[in-house]
Design a protein around this ligand. Structure first.
Ligand code: WTA
Length: 643
């Protein structure tokens, strides 16, 4: 498919869409650009409930921003209480567990669960300003956990269940959390993921945690520490479901989500309440064109930002019916997703290119066995979608009828910043198309000057938007230095992009040392620091290597300490296991290459760029004039042929 392939919105889609023409899209953008305060105030008033209104819409002291200053609101109230008058008996969550168990929670039931559990938290002494870690499988209790915290103003940090005890520990410590919400385990490909065991391991070094509340999911054997650990169902028994939502400041910290940066230490991205909620609920309508009778399914995990904004806060604030599935797409067979879509009559599916590529590989007969005619819109997130994956998604899943919204955003942006409004924008496969209203995106060079159309540059956002990162938890200097120092006062995304002659934005990938493996962000430095903690390793350099399914795979170049004389095959296995133990199974390296030396500059910096070239093209063509020892590179490039 050529870059100029253009898919105009079908008239029947545009006719019913929230934003139904290019002119309507442009009018929204013009208003947001020219009168940002009036524009966002209108959105906030229309889409959310406020206990008290703001004094002013935003306050911008670069790099710090505040939205809806002086207002009082509550995220859980907006996701639940506000719907009780009009949608109490509408399903909020259609849950399916991997073993096949199902549960429906209406808005009334979810509200009641959240109030009850918030009362449990209150009785354990939790209050606004405290911090809780959520380390749970994809079960409704995870949503209840998030919303119960939000109801009280307890700032939550969800840690993806695939992270190891080590990674969990680092996050608990960085956040000074006093509460951990977890489960005995969860189901993944028929196996139990033993979450509580990992919590026990992590808590050996976290004396600040006073309460651990454990939801029962797998009924596996777990150890409970007396005085600290409690069963969710036992604490909840007989507790009242009357628990008024706390009136919180618009800037009250809603959650911290850790993500990989360019150092070994993950960054705690802080999001607050009023602005975040305004933006995520707005994009549910603009991008997903959400309507009252849609059945919406985002296949992400709540442990990533996509789960926060587009499984929990956005869709529930918009009053959507959401499908939630616990397990793997191939369990027990590769048609699990298509079965769910047919049965629940899913209308909107939001997933990742990695998932799409994995599904393509299994052949069309899996989706073709099921009735997918309920689908009306498809979404993609987390990484660039390649034309072949786009074409298959469009033809085989969407039957040529469903627009695909390719959504570009980041943990730091809180919500979708660049994506087509499907009733208004003609699609180009692989392009995120245009920014949301009020998002002033540009492509610039090193000095911050816009580059010509067609040229590559850095993607920046010139004005703050409501769901922007507020700071890095406990490290405002790193926040400023990471995002606002390249071009002072301007948000630097870390992605390269290009704008074509029609103004369409094409995202080209990271310009820093961040890899994207299966749409999951992973820092090369994080993996390197894990490797050098291993007793046999002297030095390590890690790069992302192109991979057919996962986009990138982790490739490690390792030099060993002098006295190590172990079998390379066994040691490679050992190091893979070690990284999985230190970070999580999703970070397990695909490839370990042992080498006598790493290519370095004369000042001793590892030249990852050369290693990237070696794993991508098996040769080195770039500038090597600063390289200390050219022999190292020729050896490494040649090594591939021996493998
Ligand atoms: C990449 C995920 C191309 C990008 C929501 C970004 C994308 C990083 C897209 C953020 C897309 C995300 N097209 N690249 N549609 N969406 N990315 O924080 O490099 O896990 O900077 O947030 O993923 O990853 P994060």
């Amino acid at each position: 498919m050529s870059e100029n392939a253009l898919f105009a919105p079908l008239p029947e889609f545009s006719r019913q869409a929230h934003v139904s023409s290019l002119d309507a899209y442009r009018a929204l953008c013009a208003k947001a650009e020219q009168e940002p305060e009036a524009f966002w105030a209108e959105q906030a008033e229309r889409e959310l409930h406020w206990f008290e209104k703001w004094n002013h819409v935003f306050e911008w002291n670069p790099p710090f921003v505040k939205w809806f200053v002086g207002a009082k609101t509550n995220a859980a109230y907006n996701c639940l209480d506000r719907h009780l008058e009009t949608r109490a008996d509408k399903p909020a969550i259609l849950f399916e567990g991997e073993p096949g168990d199902r549960r429906t929670l209406t808005y009334r039931q979810l509200h009641s669960e959240v109030c009850r559990f918030a009362n449990v938290l209150k009785s354990r002494g939790l209050k606004a300003g405290d911090r809780a870690i959520i380390y749970m499988p994809m079960i409704p209790e995870a949503v209840v956990a998030m919303l119960s915290c939000a109801r009280l103003g307890v700032t939550h940090s969800v840690v993806f269940g695939g992270f190891s005890a080590e990674a969990l520990k680092a996050r608990i410590q960085d956040l000074d959390a006093t509460l951990v919400l977890t489960a005995d385990g969860g189901w993944r490909r028929g196996k139990e993921v033993r979450l509580k065991d990992a919590v026990d391991e992590a808590l050996k070094d976290c004396p600040g945690v006073k309460n651990v509340i454990v939801a029962q999911r797998t009924k596996g054997q777990v150890n409970m520490t007396a005085g600290r650990d409690h069963w969710w169902h036992e604490l909840e028994a007989g507790v009242s479901d009357d628990c008024p939502a706390v009136h919180l400041d618009s800037e009250h910290p809603l959650f911290v989500l850790y993500t990989s940066g360019t150092t070994g230490k993950p960054k705690g991205i802080l999001h607050t309440t009023g602005g975040y909620m305004t933006f995520v609920v707005s994009t549910m309508k603009w991008v997903f064109d959400l309507k009252e009778d849609d059945v919406y399914w985002c296949s992400a995990d709540i442990g990533w930002v996509t789960g926060h904004s587009y499984i929990v806060y956005g869709p529930l604030a918009a009053g959507a019916t959401c499908v939630m599935y616990e397990g793997a797409p191939d369990y027990p067979a590769w048609d699990r997703w298509w079965q769910i879509i047919a049965r629940e009559k899913v209308t909107i599916l939001y997933t990742s290119p990695t998932a799409i590529r994995a599904l393509i590989k299994q052949g069309d007969s899996w989706p073709n066995q099921h009735d997918l005619s309920s689908l009306r819109l498809l979404g993609s997130v987390g990484e660039p979608i390649n034309p072949a994956a786009w074409e298959w998604y469009h033809r085989v899943i969407g039957k040529g009828r469903c627009p695909i919204v390719d959504t570009w955003w980041q943990t730091e942006t809180g919500g979708i910043l660049i994506a087509p409004m499907p009733g208004a924008i003609a699609l180009k496969p692989g392009s995120g198309t245009f920014p949301m209203p009020g998002v002033l995106a540009d492509v610039v060079d090193f000095s911050g000057s816009p580059v010509n159309d067609g040229a590559e540059g850095f993607l920046i956002i010139k004005r703050p938007w409501p769901s922007m990162i507020r700071t890095i938890w406990g490290d405002p200097q790193r926040f400023e230095q990471q995002y606002f120092s390249r071009i002072p006062g301007i948000y630097f995304t870390g992605d390269a992009a290009r704008r074509d002659k029609d103004g369409y934005l094409w995202i080209l990938g990271r310009v820093d040392d961040v890899m994207n493996v299966s749409g999951h962000r992973l820092s090369t430095m994080e993996v390197e620091s894990a490797l050098v903690r291993h007793p046999a390793v002297a030095e390590a350099a890690v790069v992302g290597k192109p991979h057919e399914i996962t986009g990138q795979a982790v490739c490690c170049f390792v030099t060993l300490k002098k006295d190590v004389s172990s079998n390379h095959h066994d040691l490679a296995q050992d190091l893979r296991k070690w990284v999985a133990h230190e970070i999580g199974a999703f970070a397990r390296p695909e490839e370990i290459r042992f080498t006598e030396a790493l290519p370095k500059t004369r000042s001793g910096k590892i030249m990852r760029r050369l290693l990237r070239e070696i794993v991508t093209s098996h040769t080195v063509t770039g500038d090597v004039t600063t390289l200390e020892d050219l022999g190292v590179v020729t050896k490494l490039a040649a090594q591939h042929d021996e493998d």
